[in-house]
Design a protein around this ligand. Structure first.
Ligand code: ADP
Ligand code: MG
Ligand code: ZN
Length: 471
């Protein structure tokens, strides 16, 4: 029998606010000395009072808006009970039945350029736990991460392949970065995935029993774990067995998922409203203000680049996929006025030398000017490529470079005629050959005029002038 995978993903993204979710400790914890960013609140001391971080809430709302979610004007926090040594409170502060936002969607573009919409069930806010490090001498605990702000983004079970799941996860990373809600740097543990996978016979409507594999922290492990789970469940079903609903972990070295525990139900967590934190109220005005801060998103940009600027789909997606690159393109375009050439120059010439577009050596204005010079016919594309490296290295004004080097196309026919006459005078033999019927001899004269003008003349024009002078 042929089976179809059904995949839903829960993504934890660290909000990049200055401080933690419910205390004033710094949220900048990467590579910091263990337990150097802690206080009574995030260490779970009894009797401490948490206070909600407004900046983190606003960033969460911005991400939710960018994901097309409806913002709930009233939401609240709940305690979700766990017992772990790195969770000194004995519970996580999360949002259960009244999350800050729900019902969003994300569009992914498949390699064949078709799009698919993946539903977002909810985005809610919560705090993170600390971190355990197991050593030969015992287990160490670092509470720097404890209380750092997270948004959990839960998808609908809408994905049907590893590829779709991977594109979805990448799209979420892009979107939370676009609105500056999270740096979403996986190497710093700022983005983590839980994958829910089930199989069903092709054509069947009901979903099968799922497993959940937690805490994948790279796109590679996300893909590998999905492949592994699909294969594992296929083998179980094909041999007549039943998939058990359970929580699994990922062994990155062996590249296998391993059973950790039976699936816990909501009741196991003993959810109840967090009594120390007032409900979250997001006013209509606040939501409207935040909406204004959201930049045009990658997908909308890609559509616009194609419809308004007539860029080919691949260029439109390449440019819009990275906010800094899109910004660079739009600034250069404002000067050059020529979308296709500008896209080409950025994606070929510039990308070949520039590794960090955010701090590009060459300003978009100067690149725009260079393209405009070609567009206006002041220099040829070849000259532009010749001087590109120099313009790039020094962020030079290409107009000045062209001026100083005398590289402008000699569109002044009087000027060109003079050069042509000079070349004719110096080459009686070639002239005689040409006049004697050797058509090809004129090439020699054109070449010398081009050399004399340092390539700045239009060879076609030179050819015409020479023929006129020699007739
Ligand atoms: P929990 O919070 O208990 O893990 P949820 O019902 O909130 O469970 O679902 C978590 C994730 O599992 C969601 O992303 C959802 O889309 C996905 N999911 C639910 N049912 C299935 C299924 N049968 N197969 C695959 N994914 C599923
Ligand atoms: Mg879950
Ligand atoms: Zn603290």
């Amino acid at each position: 029998m042929e089976y179809e995978p059904v995949i839903g993903i829960e993504i934890h993204a660290r909000i990049n606010s200055k401080t933690k979710m419910f205390c004033r400790c710094s949220n900048n914890i990467f590579n910091e000395k263990p337990n150097s960013h802690v206080c009574g609140i995030c260490m779970g001391h009894p009797g401490m009072l948490p206070a909600t971080n407004q900046e983190a809430v606003k960033k969460g709302i911005k991400a939710a808006l960018a994901l097309g979610c409806t913002i709930n004007e009233f939401s609240k926090f709940d305690r979700k009970s766990y017992f772990y040594p790195d969770l000194p409170k004995g519970f996580q502060i999360s949002q259960y039945d009244k999350p800050i936002s729900e019902h969003g969607k994300v569009v992914i573009t498949l390699p064949d350029s078709t799009s698919k919409t993946i539903g977002i069930t909810r985005l809610h806010l919560e705090d993170d736990a600390g971190k355990l490090t197991h050593t030969a001498g015992g287990t160490l605990v670092d509470f720097n991460r404890s209380g750092t702000p997270l948004m959990e983004i839960v998808s609908e079970p809408d994905m049907r392949s590893v590829e779709e799941a991977s594109l979805y996860a990448r799209q979420i990373q892009k979107i939370v970065r676009y609105v500056d809600a999270s740096d979403a740097d996986m190497e710093k543990g700022q983005l983590r995935f839980d994958i829910n996978v089930s199989l069903r016979p092709k054509g069947q409507k009901e979903f099968g029993v799922r497993s959940e594999t937690k805490n994948l922290n790279s796109f590679r492990s996300l893909e590998k774990a999905l492949e592994y789970e699909i294969k594992r469940q296929t083998e179980i079903l094909e041999s007549g067995g039943k998939v058990v609903q359970e929580t699994r972990g990922w062994d990155d070295n062996k590249e296998v998922t391993v059973s950790q525990r039976g699936k816990e139900e909501a009741a196991d967590y003993r959810y109840f409203p967090e009594p120390d934190i007032p409900p979250l109220v997001a006013t209509k005005e606040m939501i409207e203000e935040l909406k204004k801060e959201i930049p045009e998103l990658a997908h909308a940009k890609a559509d616009r680049y194609q419809s308004e600027l007539s860029l080919p789909a691949d260029h439109a997606h390449q440019l819009s996929g990275n906010a800094a690159l899109a910004d660079y393109f739009e600034k250069a375009l404002a000067v050059s006025g020529e979308p296709k050439k500008t896209a080409n120059w950025i994606l070929s010439e510039l990308m070949a030398v520039e590794k960090d577009i955010t701090h590009s050596k060459l300003s978009p204005e100067n690149l725009g000017k260079l393209i405009k010079l070609i567009e206006d016919g002041a220099i040829s594309g070849k000259i532009a490529k010749d001087i590109f490296q120099e313009v790039y290295e020094g962020d030079l004004d290409p107009e000045k470079v062209v001026e100083e080097k005398g590289l402008k196309v000699m569109s002044d026919t009087g000027e060109l005629e003079k050069v042509c006459l000079g070349v004719i005078g110096k080459n009686p033999q070639i002239v005689a050959d040409f006049k004697g019927g050797k058509e090809k001899a004129i090439g020699g004269l054109v070449g010398q005029v081009m050399a004399a003008t340092k390539g700045s003349a239009d060879p076609k024009m030179v050819n015409e002038i020479l023929r006129k002078l020699l007739s």
